[in-house]
Design a protein. Structure first.
Length: 151
């Protein structure tokens, strides 16, 4: 799904649902993360480097890296769920390949397989520095579709 021409745009309703949910996330707001792309089965979140999200060596902290990766995958899955559903992460694994030492990082969550209850996503985090994009983390995630009960 790397070819941008083949990607399917999410519906306006899906955009609205994802943005509204993202705005309710206290952690994303606290980190200063930004939702930048919403496509069917694919979501991108960016985080600018600043002292508040760094670790002791000045790199973006792995906790911040993994948080935006988890959210990008979760929202990618949510684009595939019915309007009355929410999403919860069941598990995820993230391999840190290099320090996140750029001006910002970009996390891309992509649905591999959407199911009725479980959905699997790939997670990629890229370091952006001097206009260059370098893969710094890769992972996989399983998400659960939570259907809201009728009242």
């Amino acid at each position: 799904m790397d070819d941008k021409a083949q990607r399917q745009q999410a519906t306006p309703r899906t955009h609205e649902r994802i943005r509204a949910s993202f705005e309710r996330q206290g952690l994303m707001r606290h980190l200063g993360a930004e939702l930048t792309e919403i496509e069917q089965g694919r979501v991108t979140i960016v985080l600018r480097s600043r002292p508040e999200v760094s670790q002791q060596h000045g790199y973006i902290h792995a906790g911040a890296v993994s948080s935006i990766a988890d959210s990008a995958g979760g929202y990618a899955a949510l684009t595939m769920f019915p309007d009355d559903a929410e999403v919860l992460t069941v598990e995820y694994k993230l391999n840190l390949l290099a320090p996140a030492a750029g001006e910002w990082i970009e996390s891309v969550g992509t649905v591999v397989k959407a199911g009725r209850t479980l959905t699997v996503c790939t997670l990629e985090v890229f370091n952006i520095k001097g206009g260059e994009r370098k893969l710094v983390a890769v992972g996989q995630q399983t998400l659960f579709c939570v259907r809201q009960e009728s009242k």
